[in-house]
Design a binder for this molecule. Sequence first.
Ligand SMILES: NC(=O)c1ccc[n+]([C@@H]2O[C@H](COP(=O)([O-])OP(=O)(O)OC[C@H]3O[C@@H](n4cnc5c(N)ncnc54)[C@H](O)[C@@H]3O)[C@@H](O)[C@H]2O)c1
Length: 354
Amino acid sequence: MKVVVITGSGGLIGSESVEFFADKFDLVVGIDNDMRMQFFGKDASTSWNVQRLIEKHPNYIHKNADIRNPKEIGLIFQEYLNDIKLVIHTAAQPSHDWAAQDPYTDFSVNANGTLVLLESTRKYCPDAVFIHCSTNKVYGDTPNRLPLVEQETRWEIDRNHKYYKYGIDETMSIDHTKHSLFGASKVASDVLVQEYGLYFGMKTGVFRGGCLTGPKHSGAMLHGFLNYLMKCAITGDHYTILGYKGKQVRDNIHAYDLVNMFYHFFKDPQSGQVYNTGGSRHSNCSMIEAIKLCEEITGNKFNYRYSENNRIGDHIWWISDISKFKKHYPNWQYRFSLQDILIQINNELILRLT
Ligand SMILES: NC(=O)c1ccc[n+]([C@@H]2O[C@H](COP(=O)([O-])OP(=O)(O)OC[C@H]3O[C@@H](n4cnc5c(N)ncnc54)[C@H](O)[C@@H]3O)[C@@H](O)[C@H]2O)c1
């Protein structure tokens, strides 16, 4: 029997992974305790998504377990042992603003939880491929020191800089920079996953995401930027742009395209590899460009104000250079553009909000 274990299976990337792998594995074991609701309130609960997966996929089994609990997680792994061929770890406390209000919880979920999963994999299914969702926040605010140029609707990097053509690659230092507490707990997990590959020889891959997005995000003010923006565009809820004149740039990748990267890595894995991943030059926008697109798609005027106070450590300009991944896996390509993503989010939200 072939089993895939997916943590955070009710979340954006976890649920997309369930959809993607349901017809490729005999059994999909999802682990999610709906902690997203505890982080961001009941509008951010992912239980609706878990329910949907249970109803849609007969080979999906849900475990309402906490990834921080070695006993609970160990029992799940013991049940399937070496039948587990793939572990996709997406469960996390994902917001850097939230982390500062409860550093213990943030660190225990992001760092300790990852350690529990790595140890369970090493103990019960050491040959399984282990995929970890890391973040571009591991680079801290170093990207803000790049030579940026102000344009009409966005910040852009100087044309002569080596990152201009493809974006920021994996050689940027993750040291001597302000990470936020969230960034620090993600660095811990990122390095742990690398180490289990480099030290123990396990097949581990770290994917450092820019903005990960898609219609199945349970968007909240503190996390799930495009989804939350579109929600405000539809409902008329008020939104506050925080700093940088609203010209901060994020690259956005559809959850499907990311999970398809995981699939390519699974088919031809390596040990302790690290990849930057995101929309790259293919799909990116500034805050005010995203608002304009939301207005065009919904036909509604966006209700927002501007505050000079940027979020601590927020990136002014981030474009992921995905060349390393493309070089290792040349057959992978994007399926969705920024426009596709926003239209899908709008269509899904209209169904969910009415
Ligand atoms: N969404 C983004 O823009 C983005 C960007 C970069 C990196 N990432 C990373 O990608 C991963 C997935 O992000 P996402 O957007 O799908 O997040 P998400 O919040 O949508 O999903 C995470 C899921 O994990 C669950 N969870 C949290 N703590 C748990 C615990 N202790 N035990 C069991 N389940 C728990 C939550 O209930 C939630 O359903 C995270 O590691 C995140 O840090 C996300």
